[in-house]
Design a protein around this ligand. Structure first.
Ligand SMILES: [Zn+2]
Length: 173
């Protein structure tokens, strides 16, 4: 079961654990979006067994959410670059793809900046090695930029079943 937590304004906030859901329910901080889900969850919590499928809960009071700072880690880079080598355009599985520093760290490139890291296939990464793209005839397909999408978009990319449930919720709201 996946639990999607919405702000009181219905903005998606996060995916939370069952344990966290029970804590929030106990503290009366959240409400279920519909009666059927509430009943199913109440029965499940009483029986210590959680319902199947997606549960959406909503905070009773709006909280202020600061802009999330996403880090340029491998997982976020794969999302930003759509699992696509930024040099040759090869679309691969995560196992086939590597993280490449456009300007190599050994030559003064930033190790941890969105603008200096891209997803590259192993072939291009090997070809590029410790050089700049232009030195080996490679060209970036687009300028690397920070991942600026809403955090909710990232949640939904990771949990497509929550996106479907959220869309259904908005359709009836
Ligand atoms: Zn490539």
């Amino acid at each position: 079961m996946a639990v999607l937590l919405l702000n009181a304004s219905l903005q998606p906030l996060n995916v939370i654990s069952h344990r966290r859901l029970v804590v929030l329910l106990t503290k009366e901080r959240v409400a279920f979006m519909d009666g059927a889900a509430e009943q199913a969850a109440a029965e499940a919590v009483a029986g210590r067994r959680l319902p199947e499928g997606v549960v959406i809960v909503r905070l009773l009071r709006t909280i202020h959410v600061p802009r999330r700072l996403l880090r340029p880690n491998r997982r976020n880079l794969l999302l930003r670059d759509d699992h696509t080598c930024q040099y040759c355009g090869h679309v691969g599985t995560s196992a086939e793809l590597t993280v490449d520093h456009v300007k190599p760290v050994s030559r003064g490139g930033a190790a941890d900046r969105w603008e200096n890291v891209v997803i590259a296939c192993k072939k291009c990464n090997w070809r590029k090695s410790n050089r700049l793209p232009e030195e080996v005839g490679l060209h970036l397909r687009r300028k690397p930029a920070p991942l600026t999408q809403e955090y909710a978009h990232i949640i939904f990319l990771r949990y497509p079943e929550l996106k479907a449930a959220y869309d259904r919720l908005l359709a009836v709201a």
